[in-house]
Ligand binder design. Structure first.
Ligand code: NAD
Ligand code: MG
Length: 376
């Protein structure tokens, strides 16, 4: 029986991973971790009886220990505790579902410990893809994409040598078709109202700005080792085609499925086998139309900004990501307007002098500095 650790078990991907675990019924949950939601973490711990639970927020550790005092579950805390949970001997696979760069060091440690990774946390590859992918190859661990676009590409890559382009689909987020003027005064509520997916708050805002697509282009570059010029983005409102691979002979393979994150999660959990699906079958005759558009790069400059960060490489994607994480938090807290998110990211990038090949320690320092500069 495969044994897993779920990092970020209380979030959108984390809870859907547990739904897939319930459905598959042959996976052992050995570790669960959360940022701070110890009420849900306690309920999950009582149901799945892992060996270890970890909470990142140190101020909640004592309370969590008290809540689980009648069990023999080991309770740990802080960043160290999360890394401990990610590297437990009994764990075969780590589901990386923490949001943001906080997910990087546990994934790094898990790979060092030889664990396969089911990767939802795109920020890991955005900030440290040049370190993580070679490390994964060196350690012989599987990097199984959970992001639906990357899972789709993974499925569509039948042979490595004749790939012409990767074509990533974008839903367009909450503000597809809007003009910059119309976006001036949109609210947090408007931005969180995603048409097709129910996700965590940060990624939902990233979808509205198209930052999410920019992050995904960088993620795809690292995962599939394809040049940025050969990674295209196309808006596809229905979120049925999850991404495509175009081959040398101009044939295009697309992966289609109902928009349900439990499908790529399940695929990563069961890899290399395929199990009966938890997601609903796709009925194309009910969908009728699949539409595709060029992204509006003027209204949503995040896409080109991300491309620039990726192509520049070195520490620039770290700055891109850190400024975005900080700015999204400021927007969610009502401190800045929607359009200022991308403006703050651009300013942070303009001020930055690129460091080539930053180490994990340098990445963490740059991340902290950028957040500090933005007062976050
Ligand atoms: P979420 O906000 O719903 O959940 C995040 C999880 O991380 C929670 O369990 C939270 O407690 C934990 N966490 C937050 N800060 C932490 C910290 N500092 N240290 C430790 N744990 C912390 O987010 P989500 O939507 O599930 O997204 C998780 C990751 O998956 C993101 O990187 C996102 O881009 C990616 N992803 C999500 C979806 C989706 O449908 N939700 C789709 C594709 C990719
Ligand atoms: Mg995605």
């Amino acid at each position: 029986m495969k044994s897993i650790a779920i990092l970020g078990s209380t979030g959108s991907i984390g809870t859907q991973t547990l739904e897939a675990v319930d459905f598959l019924n042959d996976i052992k949950v050995s570790a669960l971790t959360a940022g701070g939601n110890i009420e849900l973490l306690e309920r999950q711990a009582r149901k799945y009886k892992p060996s270890v639970v970890a909470v990142a927020d140190l101020s909640k550790a004592a309370d969590l220990k008290l809540r689980l005092a009648d069990t023999d579950i080991e309770v740990v805390s802080g960043q160290e505790g999360i890394c401990y949970a990610a590297t437990l001997d009994e764990v075969d696979m780590v589901v990386a579902a923490i949001v943001g760069i906080a997910g990087l060091s546990p994934v790094y440690d898990a790979i060092c410990a030889g664990k396969d990774i089911a990767l939802a946390n795109k920020e890991t590859l955005v900030t440290a893809g040049d370190i993580i992918m070679p490390l994964a190859r060196e350690k012989g661990v599987g990097m199984l994409p959970v992001d639906s676009e990357h899972h789709a590409i993974f499925q569509c890559i039948t042979e490595k040598k004749n790939i012409k382009n990767l074509i990533i689909t974008a839903s367009g987020g909450s503000f597809f078709g809007k003009t910059p003027q119309e976006l001036e005064n949109v609210t947090v509520e408007d931005a969180l109202n995603h048409p097709n997916w129910s996700m965590g708050r940060k990624i939902t805002i990233d979808s509205a700005t198209l930052m999410n697509k920019a992050l995904e282009v960088i993620e795809a570059h690292h995962l599939f080792n394809v040049d940025y010029d050969r990674i295209k983005v196309v808006v596809h409102r229905e979120s049925i085609v999850h991404s495509m691979v175009e081959y040398t002979d101009n044939s295009v393979l697309a992966q289609m499925a109902t928009p349900d994150m439990r499908l790529p999660i399940q695929a990563a959990l069961t890899y290399p086998e395929m199990a009966e699906g938890i997601a609903k079958p796709l009925d194309l005759s009910k969908i009728c139309t699949l539409s595709f558009y060029e992204p509006d790069r003027k209204t949503f400059p995040a896409l080109d900004l991300g491309l620039y960060a990726g192509k520049t490489g070195g520490s620039m994607p770290v700055v891109f990501n850190a400024a975005n994480e900080a700015a999204v938090q400021m927007f969610l807290d009502g401190k800045i307007r929607f359009m200022e998110i991308v403006q703050l990211v651009e300013k942070a990038m303009e001020k930055h002098t690129v460091i080539p090949n930053p180490t994990i320690k340098e990445i963490s320092e740059i991340d902290k500095k950028i957040r500090g500069d933005l007062n976050c």
